[in-house]
Write a protein that binds this ligand. Structure first.
Ligand code: AMP
Length: 217
C-alpha cells in the first residue's frame, strides 16, 4: 500500500477523500488537526494554548505536533495498512522532521497529492462545512450533493451536525494566509523529490477519487 500525504488549502476535501480511501483500501488516516482537537477535548495542560492557536488560524508548534505524530506513526496498524497524512507536514521544517520520524519507524512517503483549490472556493466550502460528531460523516450545508437530507441532521445516524469553530470567515482568512506562506513552499519541495501529483479539487468527489486511485495504483 502506498503511503500518501495530502497537501491542500483548507477545505479542499482532504478529509472526504481520506474517508473514501479508508473505506475502500483500509488505510490509516492520520490528521494532525484531529490529533490536536483530541488533545483539546482531553483537556490536558496544553489544551487552552492549542485551542487559541487554532482559533487564530496559526500553526501549533512543530515540536508538539511532531510528538503527537511520532506516537501515532509508531503504532503497528500504520505499518500494516499504510497511512494517509492529512495536515502534516505544513512547512518545510515539518517535512524534514517527517523524514526523520519515518526513518526511525522504517517507513517512507510514496506519493504526495496536491488538491488544488483557489481561495474563493476554499472559503465557500469552509464556511458550509459540518460534521456528524458521532459517525464522523462530513457534509456541506451550501454545496449540492453534500447537503444532509434534513437540515442540520446526519443522514446516517440522526445526530445533530456540528461545525468547527475555526470555520468562520476571519479564521479562514488567516488559515489561508498561513497556508500560502508556510505550506505552499512544500509543493516545490515534493515536486523536486519527484513525489508530487496535482489533482483539481473543483471536480466531483468521485472523479477526484478516481484520479487518486490511478495515482496510488
Ligand atoms: P486542519 O484540521 O488540518 O484544518 O487543522 C486545524 C488547525 O490545527 C490548523 O489551522 C492549525 O492551527 C492546527 N494544525 C493542524 N496540523 C498542524 C501541523 N501539522 N502543524 C501545526 N499546526 C497544525
Amino acid at each position: 500500500m502506498k503511503n500518501i500525504i495530502f497537501i491542500a488549502p483548507p477545505a479542499a476535501g482532504k478529509g472526504t477523500q481520506s474517508d473514501l480511501l479508508v473505506e475502500k483500501y483500509g488505510y490509516i488516516h492520520i490528521s494532525t488537526g484531529d490529533l490536536l482537537r483530541e488533545e483539546i477535548a482531553a483537556g490536558g495542560e496544553l489544551a487552552n494554548e492549542i485551542s487559541s492557536i487554532i482559533e487564530a488560524g496559526k500553526l501549533v508548534s512543530d515540536e508538539l505536533v511532531a510528538t503527537l505524530l511520532t506516537k501515532r506513526l509508531s503504532q503497528d496498524d500504520v505499518k500494516k495498512h499504510g497511512f494517509i497524512l492529512d495536515g502534516y507536514p505544513r512547512n518545510i521544517a515539518q517535512a524534514k522532521t517527517l523524514e526523520e520520524i519515518l526513518e526511525e519507524v522504517q517507513s517512507s512517503v510514496d506519493v504526495v497529492i496536491y488538491l488544488e483549490l483557489d481561495e474563493e472556493n476554499a472559503m465557500k466550502r469552509a464556511l458550509g462545512r459540518a460534521t456528524c460528531p458521532k459517525c464522523k460523516k462530513g457534509y456541506n450545508l451550501y454545496l449540492e450533493g453534500f447537503k444532509p437530507n434534513v437540515d442540520g441532521i446526519c443522514d446516517n445516524c440522526g445526530t445533530a451536525l456540528e461545525t468547527r469553530s475555526d470555520d468562520n470567515e476571519e479564521t479562514f482568512k488567516s488559515r489561508f494566509q498561513t497556508y500560502m506562506d508556510s505550506t505552499s513552499p512544500l509543493l516545490e519541495f515534493y515536486r523536486a523529490a519527484g513525489l508530487l501529483r496535482n489533482i483539481n479539487s473543483l471536480q466531483d468527489k468521485n472523479k477526484i477519487f478516481e484520479e487518486i486511485e490511478s495515482v496510488i495504483q
